[in-house]
Design a protein around this ligand. Structure first.
Ligand code: CA
Ligand code: CA
Ligand code: CU
Length: 307
């Protein structure tokens, strides 16, 4: 793990999506953070040691999904399944398939495996799986403020984790999507799907893959906007914990009672024509029971003890 010094920074952005606004000052205490997302190799150690079974490997309980078709209530996870031609970008069902038998060991469906992917981030982990791993490792999951502070690498207010330009000198600094999402994946950065966790340069704090590769879970309940600056300069919030559970539900799906956490950093599916969330300020709501082929996590340690 690496030590992140903490301090006061400008969280959020006023230049992009509404959920990132408003920019506001926030303080975080110093903490240690994993240098990379948790890999398949590390997650396998956890499963070996504990016999842990992830959410995606379990049969869903019909009580939790009123109205769901019985034939859909099988173990599985969401796999990115690209169409071969342009599709309506308003309907995510055009590229996300709930795939029976997809889980962390079978990232693209039951016939796939993680052979050769030891150094890739673990995927198909729901929030409870990330939490269970962190607890086993004697660590914790980051808050959104900790995560964003760390992602900025000391460049307060910069657009990207590495500075002002997306591809400085033409160089790709993270695993994102080039081409027209979701049918045209040009892989100019070298990777069609996930990438080995240190394949791209670290940020100013030495952290790899904060941006792109996989989205990362944080502990904050999602809220559609940030809270603005306190009226008095005295009162910069220290170690904020985000919204509340009740406020995190999806207003567009009032029947769903699954609360949502904040994901950070974007993934290998973030594309200029669809989702420009390859920035420290970007955020995305994810229901706690949802696992996909582009969401992973990394851990922090807040105690004074050296990891
Ligand atoms: Ca890529
Ligand atoms: Ca990431
Ligand atoms: Cu995205």
């Amino acid at each position: 793990m690496l030590y992140i010094p903490g301090g006061i920074f400008r969280m959020g952005s006023d230049r992009h999506y509404p959920e990132e606004a408003p920019v506001h000052e926030v303080g975080v205490d110093g903490f240690f953070m994993d240098r990379t997302p948790v890999t398949n190799r590390a997650f396998r150690e956890f499963v070996k040691a504990t016999g842990y079974v992830t959410f995606a490997e379990k049969m869903p309980d019909p009580k939790d999904y009123p109205g769901a078709k019985p034939e859909m209530l099988r173990a599985g996870s969401l796999v990115f399944t690209p169409p071969n031609k342009p599709v309506d970008l308003r309907n995510i069902a055009n590229w996300w398939r709930f795939t029976f038998g997809a889980d962390w060991r079978h990232p693209y469906g039951p016939k796939s495996s993680i052979g050769g992917l030891d150094d890739h981030p673990v995927v198909h982990v729901a929030y409870c799986d990330a939490e269970a791993y962190a607890e086993w490792a004697g660590k914790a999951l980051p808050t959104e403020a900790e995560w964003e502070f760390a992602a900025r690498g000391g460049l307060d207010g910069a657009e990207y984790a590495w500075g002002a330009e997306f591809t400085p000198g033409g160089r790709h600094m993270a695993n994102t999507w080039q081409g027209a999402f979701p049918h045209e994946n040009l892989t100019e950065d070298g990777y069609r799907r996930t990438s080995p966790v240190a394949a791209f340069p670290p940020n100013g704090y030495g952290l790899h893959d904060m941006i792109g590769n996989v989205w990362e879970w944080t502990t904050d309940w999602y809220s559609a906007k940030h809270v603005g600056d306190a009226a008095k300069a005295c009162c910069v919030p220290q170690n904020p914990r985000g919204g509340n559970e009740e406020g995190s539900f999806d207003p567009l799906q009032p029947e769903s009672r699954i609360p949502r956490k904040v994901l950070k950093g974007g993934s290998h599916l973030c594309a200029p024509n669809y989702c420009r969330r390859y920035r420290p300020a970007a955020r995305h709501p994810e229901p706690v029971d949802t696992s996909t082929s582009h969401v992973g996590f990394r851990c922090v340690m807040r105690s004074a003890a050296t990891p």
